[in-house]
Design a protein around this ligand. Structure first.
Ligand code: KIV
Ligand code: NA
Length: 263
């Protein structure tokens, strides 16, 4: 993916889009080398990197710090940056100023904001000043308190109607793509067929135009994973093994070896 147009082209041509959420130089570099289509600098950084329970405390400055590091690691990748909680909800002026700061300081290609109809006027304004916007529907973690926890969305018919309508409203507001998080596969399929912009699913089944997972989740760094996560490596086990070996080798005087020593 080089531009927003590539997302929509990929959808038209039936090429599935791969995205990874990550926050640092090194993991971004790995994603680029592996040919991942696009990186999201997610506000999930609050949980993954900072150990918080929610994404709410994450600041604009923290997102900019992460995004700069990711851009240095992945200079040729399409990068989307999450606008953190309360950086776009208060006023359109705020949203433009803060999204503009992200774009100017990080070299990101787009921003992502959570919500449906209620944020459509913000999306319209951002797109009109030249800032591409990705939407995010279903489970929107910045609203965790209002949603009553991290739970699947769109179970009732009423909720489904609302999400489908929101997707259309976001498309009309000018998003180039929409993340669908934790919704039934059938609903994600219906939305994907209903809109022309690319849908990117996480816990949304296999009919979306692309998929996104958090790097640290898919690499198996946490003890427990939600149902929708596939652990491609047992990273935690591998890293603990390496650290134990290191500790023991230090104790036994086996590390450093001759080849690691400056004579
Ligand atoms: O913050 C994040 O990583 C996200 C994705 C999981 C969609 O919003
Ligand atoms: Na996020």
């Amino acid at each position: 993916m080089k531009t927003v147009i590539d997302f929509i082209e990929a959808k038209k041509e039936g090429r599935k889009i791969s995205m990874v959420s990550t926050y640092e130089y090194w993991s971004a570099a790995i994603c680029e080398e592996a040919g991942i289509d696009s990186i999201l600098v997610g506000d999930s950084a609050g949980m993954v990197v900072q150990g918080l329970d929610t994404t709410l405390p994450v600041t604009l400055e923290e997102m900019i710090y992460h995004a700069k590091a990711v851009r240095r690691g992945a200079p040729n990748t399409f990068i989307v940056v999450d606008m953190p909680f309360m950086s776009y909800q208060v006023s359109v002026e705020d949203a433009v100023k803060n999204a503009g700061k992200i774009m100017k300081e990080t070299g990101a290609n787009a921003v992502k904001i959570e919500g449906g109809e209620e944020v459509a006027h913000i999306i319209e304004k951002l797109v009109s000043v030249g800032i591409p916007v990705m939407g995010h529907l279903g489970l929107t973690p910045q609203s965790v308190h209002a949603l009553g926890g991290y739970r699947i969305q769109g179970k009732s018919e009423e909720q489904q109607k609302k999400i489908i309508k929101d997707a259309k409203v976001l498309e009309q507001a000018g998003v180039f793509s929409i993340v669908l998080e934790a919704v039934p596969s059938r609903l994600a399929k219906e939305i994907t067929e209903f809109v022309e912009v690319a849908t990117i699913g996480i816990g949304a089944g296999k009919y979306t135009d692309g998929q996104i997972l958090v790097f640290h989740d898919m690499m198996g760094f946490f003890d427990r994973s939600p149902k929708f996560v596939k652990r491609y490596v047992e990273g935690k086990k591998l890293f603990i093994q390496a650290l134990e070996e290191y500790r023991e080798e230090i104790q036994k005087g086996k590390f450093p070896e001759q080849k690691h020593i400056y004579e």
